[in-house]
Design a binder for this molecule. Structure first.
Ligand code: DQA
Length: 145
């Protein structure tokens, strides 16, 4: 069976492409993820986006015990910095979660330097623009070397 990855995007990430293009670029995430999926025919990539904290928790519960899911790539947007509830959901599930950010959060305002989620994630990838998602997917696949 092909590796299967779920990409979950949180609040305001539906606006990437239009939102603060100097920070997040001018390409939409949907378009980027379409190209990513096309460039990785050996991987099944599913995606979800919600602006609501509870929806993100529900998605983690729904998918987080799926034995056929290789991993979850999560950009929780601003909830990264505030949500103990999302951290608890990640800690509760079996599927590994990689935290992703488009921007380099440590080069931005101090409120973005702390993540509630990093301690319970397998790892963090940030600052590579939309390519952060590709790097996160690769990190969940068996090592190529
Ligand atoms: C973000 C960084 C967060 O601080 C911010 O609230 C976002 C996007 C990123 O992808 O760079 O919404 O997660």
């Amino acid at each position: 069976m092909k590796p299967r990855i779920l990409i979950i995007n949180g609040p305001n990430l539906n606006l990437v492409g239009r939102r603060e293009p100097d920070v997040y670029g001018s390409r939409s995430l949907d378009e980027y993820i379409d190209s990513l999926a096309e460039s990785m025919p050996g991987v099944t990539i599913d995606r979800m986006q919600s602006n609501h904290e509870g929806d993100i928790i529900d998605m983690l519960h729904e998918w987080g015990y799926d034995k056929d899911l290789t991993g979850i790539v999560l950009n929780a947007g601003a909830y990264t910095h505030t949500s103990l509830a999302i951290a608890d959901a990640i800690a509760a599930i079996n599927v590994p979660v990689v935290e992703v950010h488009i921007s380099n959060v440590w080069s931005r305002d101090a409120v973005r330097h702390h993540s509630m989620l990093s301690p319970v994630c397998r790892g963090v990838i940030a600052g590579f623009g939309l390519d952060s998602y590709r790097l996160a997917v690769l990190s969940l696949l068996p090592p190529a070397l």
